[in-house]
Design a protein around this ligand. Sequence first.
Ligand SMILES: [Zn+2]
Length: 341
Amino acid sequence: MTAGSKTIELRETHAGAAVGRALNVSPDSRVVLIRRLRLADGEPMALGDAARPADRVPGLTREALENASFYELLEKEYGVVIASGMQSIEPTVTNDEESELLGVPLHSPAFLFERTSRTATRRDGRVRPLALPRRPLPAGGGAVAAARPSGRSGAFADRRCRGTDSMKRAGVSYFGVRIPRHARRDLEDIAARGYTAVLHTFSENDLAYYRGTMAEIVAASHELGLEVQMCPWGVGRTFGGEAESRWVTFHPEACQVLDDGRRVATGCLNNPVYRAFCKEWADAALEAGTDYVFWDEPHWTVPEHVGVDDPERWACVCQVCAELSGSGPVQGSDPGSATVS
Ligand SMILES: [Zn+2]
C-alpha cells in the first residue's frame, strides 16, 4: 500500500474556544487549520484535521504538506519534536462534506480519532523537557533525604563539591505565594521532583511588606536542599517581571528620559539614587538568606511598556546619562520641567 495525502484546506484563523482550549492558547490567538485527505494507493481512506499555533508554522504551504508526514515536516522545517500526545477514538458517522470527500454514502460508519500532541522543544529551542530523578520526601515533611546542610557556610561548601559530582542541576522560578505553609508545600513538591535550585522573585511589594516572610521561604528552600537565587522582580520597572513599582512614582527625578525629552516611569540605571535603591534591595535579599542575587533583564525602557506608542523613541538621555556619554542633556530633561507618564 502506498500512503499519500491531499491538502483540502489550509487557512489561518482565530483559535476560538475549542481549539484554543486544546492548544492551551487564547481564543484570540492565530492558528493554522489544516484539513487533509489521507490516501491509500490513491484511494481516500481518512480525513485529517489539524490545528497549530500560527507562529509555530510560519510560511507553511499546501505544497509542503502534499504527501508529507505532518510530524516529519514539523521536525524538519520548524524544529518541532512531538514528545507526547493524548489520543481518543470514538465511533461516528460521516456528514455531508466528509462523505463527499471520502467517496462514501452519507452517514457511513467511521472512527473519529482525536489527538493532542505536546512538543519537546519550542521553536526557539530554549525549553527542553528535563528527565530529573525524583527525590524521596520523608512522610512527616521536613528535610529531603540527602539534603545539603542548611546555613550559609554549609551552602558554600556544598556548592564547591557540586561541580565535580554527576548530579543534574536544575532550577525553577517560584513567585506570588506569600503564605508560608503553601509555599513550603510547593517547595517540597519542587524538591521531590528532583530540582536542586529555586529562584524566588523579590518585588518592591515584598521589600515593603514581606521581608520576614521571604526570609522564611528562603529558609524553607534551604531546608529542602534547594539552592536559592533571588531576582528584583519588576523593581523600578527596570528589571524583568510584571510587578508594579511604587519607587518610580516617588522618584520621578531618577527615572529615564526618552530622546524626545519625555520622562518615563522607569528607574535610570545610571542614576545614583536609583542605584542606591538597587543596592538596598540587594542587601535585603542577602539578609533574607539568598545564596545568589540574579539581576534579571536590566533594561532601558521599552516605550510600549510605559504607554508611549512610538517604537522609535529610546532612552536614556537624562542628565546623568548625558554626562556619562559626553553630550549635553536634551531640552526638557531637567527634573523641574519633566513629566512622568
Ligand atoms: Zn538616565
